[in-house]
Design a protein around this ligand. Sequence first.
Ligand code: AMP
Length: 619
Amino acid sequence: MAKFSINLKDGSVKQEEEKDIIVGIDLGTTNSLVAYINEGQPEILRTPTASKALVPSIVHFDESGSVVVGDAAKEMLISAPERTIYSVKRLLGKSYTDISEIKDLLGYTIIDEDEDTLVKIKVGDRYYSPIELSAEILRELKRVAESRLEAKIEKAVITVPAYFNDSQRQATRDAGKLAGLDVLRIVNEPTAASLAYGIGTSREQAETIAVYDLGGGTFDISILEIQDGIFEVLATNGDTFLGGDDFDRAIIDYWMETYSIPAQLLEDKAFGQMIRLQAEEAKKTLSSSSEYSFSFENQEFSITKETFESIISPLVDKTLEICRRCIEDADIELSSIDQVVMVGGSTRVPLVKEVVAKLFKKEVNDTIDPDQVVALGAAVQADILAGNRKDMLLLDITPLSLGIETMGGLMDTIIPRNSKVPAKAGRQYTTSVDGQTKLKVAVYQGERDLVKDNRKLGEFVLSGIPPMAAGMPKIDIKFILDADGILRVKASETRSNVQTEVQIKSQYGISEEEMALMLKDSLVNAQQDMDQRALIEAQNEGKNVALHSEKFIEQNAAILSSEEVKTLKSHIGTLRSQIESGTKDDINGAMDALNAYSTPLAQRALDHNIAVALKGKDL
Ligand code: AMP
C-alpha cells in the first residue's frame, strides 16, 4: 500500500516511502495466530467478521482436492477424518521412525517407505508433506492479515518450540516460503512470550526467566537467560501429551463414576460429543466460579471447584516435577529465577497458577492473554527486526543460506539464512555408488531449491575414501562461519579418518541489490521449486527402493517362486518408468505398491535366514 503526500504550496505529489509490515506468527499445534505492531503496541489480527482470533491449525481437502483451513476444516474432523489433517506440527521435520509412537493416534494416513526420510501424509491419491500442510495454515494467516490490514504481507517472524531441532526449524522456514512469506527469523516460543512482557527489551538487563507453557495437548517448560539482548535457552523439558485435554478427560471420568454411567455410552457419538463439550465448559467456568452443573435427559451433572482441583492435582504435580528437572538441567538455583511467564490456555486454571507461583516462590506474569502472548511477542520481534526499536541489540546474521549440492542437483542447506554469526553446523552424508573413493563437495549460497539457481562459492574433492559398498562410508561435512563471514568447510570420512578442508569467503561479490533479487526470486519461485524438489526427492528415493528390490531378488532367489519374482520385477518396472516420466504422486504410488507386495516376502526371507542360521544349533 503506497502513501502519497501533496505539497499544498506547489502542488507536487510525492510518494512516501512506506516500510513493509512484518507480522509475527504463532504456528501452534492446535491453534495459530498472527499479530503486528499497531502504533507501538502488539495487536492480534483477525478478519473483521471472525468471532475468534485463533485459527485452528487444521487443513481439510475435499474430494476435488480443494482445501479449507481453520474453523471450516475443524467442522470436518468427525465426518471426514481421513481428509482432515490436525496436529501437523507434531510431524514437521520428522522421519517415520521419529513418529512411530504417535502415528496410531492420528485419524489420517502417514506414509513412508524409508524409515529415515521425512514423512508424507496420504489424502485420497495425493501425498502431502507436513511442510505443504503447514504452508496452508500460514497462507490462511497471511490472508487474515492482508484482509484486515488491506496490504500485501510478505514478511514474517514465526515462532517454534525451544526444543525444535535444525530439521524442524528448516521445515518451518520452508513452509513460510511456500506460503509466499519471507521468514526473517524463527524465534523460540518462550523468547517471544518474554518479549511480549517486555522482558529482555533493554540492553542492561541480565535476567533468568522460566516460561511455563500448558496448552490443550502439550506441556513445555523453558529456562532462558537474557544478557545483552541475547536470549539463551539454558534448558527445556516437557511432555508432548499432557495438557488441558487431560483435565477435560478427568472431569468426564469423574462424572461417569459418580453417576454410574456405563463406559460404552461414551462411544455413542451424540453422548460422547455432548459430555466432552460440557467437560471443557465446566473446566473453563471453574476458572472463575465455584461450581458447574447442567442436566441431560433428567440426570443432573455437577462438579465443584474443590473436586475439580483434587482430580487434576496429579496432572498438575506432573508438570511441577518436570519443572524441577528442567531447573536441574539448567544447572541453576531456583532462587536465581527472576521471572515466571505463563503461556497456553490451560494456565488460566487458578490451581495451575497457584502451584507454579508456589514452586518458583514468586508471582507469575499472567496479565497478557495466555493464548495470544506468543504471537504478540513474535510481533515485537518483528518490530525489532524492522529497526523500530533502536534500544534492542540486533545480532549479526548471515543474509543468505549456505549449503552443498546433493543427488539430483538439490541444494542441501547447512547454515540457514538469518542464522546468528559466528555459526557452526554439519551434516553426515554417504556415497551412492559401490567402491566410490572420491566425493565432490560443491558449496552454494542462496535460497532456491536447485543449486543451478543459486550462487556457487567453490568446490573441492575429498579423495582417498577406502572402497566400500554404497551407503557405508560416513562423510561428515562441517560448515564453520566466523564473525567476518568467512566460511570454512571441512569434509572427513569418519571410518578411515580421511579429511580435507577449504576456506571460502562467503559473501564476496554479492551486492545488497543482488541479495534482494536472490531472495525475491526464491519467493516468486517457491511453489515451482518445492514441486521440483519433491519430484527429485521422490525420484532419488524411488531409485533407491528399485535398487534394493533388485538386490533382494538376487540374494533371495532360492526362496522366491517364479511368479513372485515376475510380480516383483513388474512392480520394479512400473516404478522405474514412473521415475522416468511420472509425477511425484505416481512415483510414491508405485513405491507404495512395490512395498506392499515385497514386505511379506522380506519377512519370509528374514524368517528363512534366521532358520538357516539356527539350523543345527541347540537352543
Ligand atoms: P492452547 O493450546 O494454548 O490454545 O490452550 C487451549 C487449552 O486451554 C484448551 O484445553 C482449553 O480448554 C483451555 N482453556 C481455554 N480457556 C480456559 C479457561 N478459561 N480455563 C481453563 N482452561 C481453559
